[in-house]
Design a protein around this ligand. Sequence first.
Ligand SMILES: [Zn+2]
Length: 400
Amino acid sequence: MSPARHTVKSLMRTGILAEALAAIQRNEPDTLDVQAQLCETPAPPFGEGERAAAMKRSFADLGLAEVRTDDIGNVIAVRRGCLARPSLVLSAHLDSVFPVGTDVRVRRKGNVLAAPGIYDDCRGLAVLLAVARVLQQLTIETSDTLIFVATVGEEGEGDLRGVRHLCQESLDGQIDRFISIDGVGNELNHIGIGSRRYRMEFFGPGGHSFRNFGNANPAFALGDCLTRWSKVKVSKNGRTTFNIGRIGGGIGINMIPSEVWFEIDLRSTSEKTLKVLEHVLDESSLQALHRENSRCRNHGVISLQKKLIGSRPCGATPASDPLVQCALEASMALDLPLELKQGSTDANVPMGMGIPAISISGGGSGKGSHTLAEEFDCTDSWKGSQRVLLLTLMLAMSER
Ligand SMILES: [Zn+2]
């Protein structure tokens, strides 16, 4: 049986809490500077190296002993507790969605910091460092071992490759709890929305638009398939969605295309529902294919290729789990919202593996994530830093 966790009340009695919370609030201007510096260190998809190096230096400068970069590029820093286990991972992601060459200079106006990536997830990275800094400054001894991680590949086609590698290779079997600090505001997500992304390619014989008129045309199969999707119904609770986000193909207006394609994004909080949607995808594309093939019998054959281009596992940490309960208690103590939500973050992977995990945002407010107009408003953002610190202390210090 694991030792009793602290409540906010019992933590108060240790005397360390008030001091720690005051320190992280005092440090907030520095935390914002760090956030801006990290943002100005570009981290395009699959190009996180420079920002990773900056995080590695910061961890080392804070005096964390075991700092390393794993095989895939995640930066890992360990802060040993009195006990080797349990361990608590605190993580934030390095990558942004913005390509190489994006202007990432931060413009400040009053409380607003504006730049692509300023909060997603430079806020998470800055809060991660802010928490480590206070623990080091006040030489707070925890019973649990803390592992600070900056992951690669959270966004889009990164497809959670960093956190996957972390949980399945670098720290395989060594993670007891996982907190992802991601995004803006004061959210708390205990359900991971899973997704599957496919590229569906239809091939045909091609031909001249006039001379080969009547040949099977993959564009008609694609169109038929999309019409079928326009009639698919999912329950209206917002927990399951689908989107055709890109279509393309063909070479010229006077050529029957020999290849067309579309990309589809399926999301749900339920793995079972995702399976149903995948089945719908198979059925709708095959039916569309057969229809075009029977229409153009003896004039070529349409074929189909389905490529998986993204997959995030579904997962959930029960609201009754001590991790979620502590997070709620920490929110309550700081007068922050108590609503439990769902998200799609690094936390999906540990959740999918049965490791208690949540994602929590880093405070402040903002708008325009994944656009060039991303803005972070730092009014009372220290509360977000305080919440992560309080939660860390509640989890990592057992009552003695
Ligand atoms: Zn993010």
